[in-house]
Design a protein around this ligand. Structure first.
Ligand SMILES: *[C@@H]1O[C@H](CO)[C@@H](O)[C@H](O)[C@H]1NC(C)=O
Ligand SMILES: *[C@@H]1O[C@H](CO)[C@@H](O)[C@H](O)[C@H]1NC(C)=O
Ligand SMILES: *[C@@H]1O[C@H](CO)[C@@H](O)[C@H](O)[C@H]1NC(C)=O
Ligand SMILES: *[C@@H]1O[C@H](CO)[C@@H](O)[C@H](O)[C@H]1NC(C)=O
Ligand SMILES: *[C@@H]1O[C@H](CO)[C@@H](O)[C@H](O)[C@H]1NC(C)=O
Ligand SMILES: *[C@@H]1O[C@H](CO)[C@@H](O)[C@H](O)[C@H]1NC(C)=O
Ligand SMILES: *[C@@H]1O[C@H](CO)[C@@H](O)[C@H](O)[C@H]1NC(C)=O
Ligand SMILES: *[C@@H]1O[C@H](CO)[C@@H](O)[C@H](O)[C@H]1NC(C)=O
Length: 296
């Protein structure tokens, strides 16, 4: 059974199933065919994003003693275009990626790239080639899927799958790589007991979503909201209320009434004074104008 798979699908280079797995075709093919084969049997033709990936890939591929070597997913459409990786259009080219004197566009139409994997000095280096030439396809298969990371985002590298968890509002922690369960809820500052009153909060810690309710001793009144909730930013939904005895409350109401009455009186007085001042200013004008007319 294993051999049948190898004959149909080529050679799988995977030892572990973590991260991308790499696969090589048994027969050489032109670049277009190679990519089609990769897309139909795996995810796509191999993409290299940095020198470590290049070295890792080279270490996994079977050595060849002579051409043909292996196609990689780096290509361009026209002579003056930049080399672009398939997939996300990255244009990464390392300092020492190309073999000496490459890319040389030897046949004017060398728009595809091969990687040398041999025992020679150019091991792991790249060379531009005509896309119609036949070489072995190197494909990768992605391991991340919709169910890999419950609520996190699956990130895949050469030998590793990581689930990234962003804290939801109301939670904090070393966000990027910790599991949701390691994240702690945002805390709100502790609330002191109001004078003449009681405070009762849900749960042990005053964290996001906990609610504190206030009760005042008999004979006194809650001034303010009787319950506050810890918000996503660690701030209570309102100020802590105070307890006031009915007597105090009455005084407060009376005081408030007195204050508003005072304000009202003040306002009326000011308004009247202003009106008076205005009429005083206007009077001389009215008095002088008749003389002006007479003089003219
Ligand atoms: C890559 O570039 C091509 C051509 O500009 C564009 O059609 C394609 O959508 C791009 N792909 C991505 C993943 O950005
Ligand atoms: C393409 O994807 C790789 C990871 O797979 C990333 O490192 C790189 O920055 C991406 N490049 C662009 C141009 O988006
Ligand atoms: C291929 O050749 C290199 C360099 O000589 C060697 O280190 C490596 O072990 C060889 N790989 C295989 C799979 O034989
Ligand atoms: C690659 O091979 C296919 C099938 O043999 C052929 O149709 C296609 O024209 C070839 N492409 C190139 C660029 O030579
Ligand atoms: C998704 O990936 C996980 C490992 O990341 C694997 O166990 C599971 O079988 C995969 N599911 C599907 C439908 O491919
Ligand atoms: C996998 O990648 C993550 C994030 O880049 C890293 O923290 C972790 O140590 C890696 N695990 C292994 C086994 O390499
Ligand atoms: C309260 O927080 C402490 C540490 O911050 C934690 O050990 C404890 O389990 C928490 N209690 C509850 C009920 O969440
Ligand atoms: C906050 O509390 C309400 C009611 O107690 C609950 O329905 C809701 O799921 C909680 N939200 C979070 C994020 O814990």
């Amino acid at each position: 059974m294993k051999w049948i798979f190898i004959i149909i699908l080529g050679i799988s280079l995977a030892e572990t199933a973590l991260g991308w797995t790499y696969h090589v075709s048994r027969r050489p093919m032109n670049w277009t065919q190679a990519r089609q084969w990769c897309q139909s049997s795996f995810t796509d033709m191999v993409v290299i994003q940095n020198q470590d990936e290049n070295n890792y890939l080279v270490s996994k591929l079977p050595n060849r003693t002579r051409a043909p070597y292996y196609w990689i997913g780096l290509t361009k459409q026209q002579k003056n275009e930049t080399w672009t990786w398939i997939g996300n259009n990255s244009t990464w080219i390392g300092e020492e990626s190309w073999a000496p004197n490459e890319p040389n566009n030897n046949h004017i139409t060398e728009f595809c790239v091969e990687i040398y994997v041999n025992n020679g000095p150019n091991r792991g280096k790249w060379n531009d080639e005509k896309c119609a030439n036949k070489k072995y396809a190197v494909c990768y298969k992605a391991q991340c899927n919709a169910t890999s990371c419950d609520r996190g985002r699956c990130q895949e590298t050469m030998e590793n799958i990581t689930c990234l968890y962003e804290p939801e509002p109301g939670f904090e922690g070393d966000s990027q790589v910790s599991q949701e369960t390691f994240l702690t809820a945002v805390e709100c500052p502790t609330l002191s007991q109001p004078d003449n009153g009681y405070l009762s909060c849900s749960g042990g810690n005053l964290t996001f979503n906990s609610t504190c309710r206030f009760k005042c001793q008999p004979g006194s009144l809650v001034i303010g909201s009787p319950a506050v909730t810890c918000g996503v930013n660690g701030v209570w939904s309102g100020p802590r209320p105070t307890c006031a005895s009915y007597k105090q409350a009455l005084y407060a109401v009376a005081g408030c009434g007195a204050l508003s009455a005072f304000c009202c009186i003040c306002f009326c007085w000011m308004k009247r004074r202003k009106g008076k001042k205005l009429s005083q200013e206007r009077m001389p004008e009215e008095a002088t104008s008749p003389f002006g007319e007479v003089q003219a």
